[in-house]
Write a protein of this length. Structure first.
Length: 145
């Protein structure tokens, strides 16, 4: 399984929708996790209007039939939509994420210490490939580790 660490220097609302779009376009499903209700509401809005010519089908957990949602936004790691990809967007690592095929761990400067500790903790984990992504001066993501 793969864990991608994304150190955010751009707003989450600009970073996450393209990731979600690639997963859905490839036939996958995504679980987006945040303990913050305000953050879940904000990312819900950003998935509706991130690009004028696109639509990312999604819903907040518990507001309909979660099992049919390609993208489900939730406060925990329960993937009622059958997702094999998870995006942790609040910077708070959850060990349950290791049960997914791929993890996108997005964090800002406020959570960099916790992200470093998670990076180190996963170094010895079996079957975990870690990647660290940072943005270059042009705003493109580059793998740094």
């Amino acid at each position: 399984m793969q864990v991608d660490f994304y150190h955010l220097t751009a707003p989450l609302a600009r970073v996450l929708p393209p990731i979600a779009n690639r997963i859905v376009a490839g036939g996958g499903r995504l679980l987006i996790v945040s303990a913050s209700e305000d953050q879940r509401i904000a990312i819900d809005r950003s998935l509706w209007d991130y690009a004028p010519d696109s639509f990312l089908p999604h819903a907040q957990a518990g507001r309909g039939d979660d099992s049919v949602q390609p993208i489900l936004i939730a406060p925990d790691t329960l993937a009622d939509n059958g997702a094999r990809h998870i995006a942790i967007i609040d910077g708070q690592w959850r060990d349950d994420a290791l049960g997914f095929d791929r993890v996108f761990h997005l964090f800002d400067d406020e959570h960099i210490r916790e992200a470093r500790l998670t990076w180190k903790a996963l170094a010895d984990a079996n079957d975990v490939e870690r990647r660290y992504w940072k943005q270059n001066d042009e705003g493109r993501w580059e793998q740094a580790a």
